[in-house]
Design a protein around this ligand. Structure first.
Ligand code: PDD
Length: 283
């Protein structure tokens, strides 16, 4: 089956999908994206992703071209057309195509909409059994990280550093505190079993998986504490993990070469991963 992608109202073979060079997403990274997981052929926690897409667009003044029902219909059709059982749906909306000029294009310029799927093993990921290593890097991003902007150069550089170091993720820090992962939310678990993650602000993306994991933890009698933590505290923590639509709950076993939790995925992290998978399969 050839890969089918979605561009501006049409499902087309991947090889035929093109974007004009004057697209503002290409010229200015003037656009927003979302990533939803697909498990057993079904979208996971997708309404929350679409709500965040809507918020991101409105924060930068791009009209959302579709309502939740239409987005969902398009995503589901894309999943079906590609026979996707497990992986991701990527969605991007840019401010459209116009002669290069920094200020917004003329009123009525239609946004560009692109969607594609990626097959990926998210549930039976061997890395989740072994546990992931991370490095830390300075957070070089702009001040509105709550917006899921396609301007990802700082994350590209951070994650390339991680790849070059042979590890799975880069945790970014600012003023001594971890902000988040290059494409994930950072968590630690203290010796007294408190699940700690940074409170939401403009310093980080409001992770959809973060929110689901916090809710599941609380429903299961676990304590969640929203506060910033340092790299040193994370290295000394009982357990650490990160969350995202593409990793679900990923145990962290090493930070900057220092073993965390004896270098094994911790029991609470495993439990949270199981709870999340159970929720995702039921969605
Ligand atoms: N990234 N923080 C950042 C900077 C992210 O890019 C992501 C997700 C997250 C986790 O958010 P969520 O739980 O809603 O996926 C946190 C996606 C997966 C990506 O860029 O591919």
């Amino acid at each position: 089956m050839s890969r089918i992608v979605y561009v501006n109202g049409r499902f087309v073979p991947f090889e035929e999908a093109t974007i004009p060079i004057m697209d503002r997403g290409f010229l200015f990274a003037d656009g927003i994206y979302e990533v939803s997981a697909v498990l057993d052929g079904r979208l996971v926690d997708n309404e929350a992703h679409l709500a965040r897409l809507d918020r991101s667009l409105s924060e930068i003044g791009i009209r959302n071209p579709h309502g939740i029902a239409e987005w969902t219909r398009l995503e589901e059709e894309l999943v079906t057309r590609n026979g996707l059982k497990e992986g991701l749906v990527y969605m991007e909306v840019t401010r459209g195509v116009a002669e290069r000029d920094f200020a917004f294009p003329p009123e009525g310029t239609p946004p560009t909409v692109v969607m594609f799927t990626q097959a990926k093993t998210v549930s039976a990921n061997p890395l989740a059994e072994r546990g992931a290593k991370v490095i830390t890097v300075e957070d070089l991003r702009w001040k509105r990280r709550d917006i899921k902007s396609v301007a990802l150069l700082a994350q590209v550089l951070a994650k390339q550093q991680a790849a070059a170091a042979g590890v799975a993720e880069a945790w970014m820090h600012e003023d001594g505190f971890v902000t988040e992962g290059g494409s994930s939310t950072a968590f630690i678990i203290t010796e007294d079993n408190r699940i700690v993650t940074r409170p939401l602000s403009t310093a980080l993306l409001p992770g959809i998986t973060r929110r689901a994991v916090m809710r599941l933890a609380e429903e299961n009698g676990l304590t969640v504490e929203e506060r910033a933590f340092t790299v040193a505290e994370a290295q000394a923590a009982a357990e650490a993990f990160f969350t995202s639509a593409s990793a679900f709950v990923m145990p962290v076993i090493e930070i900057d070469g220092t073993r965390v939790g004896g270098g094994q995925p911790g029991p609470m992290t495993r439990r949270l991963r199981d709870l999340y998978l159970e929720m995702a399969r039921a969605s």
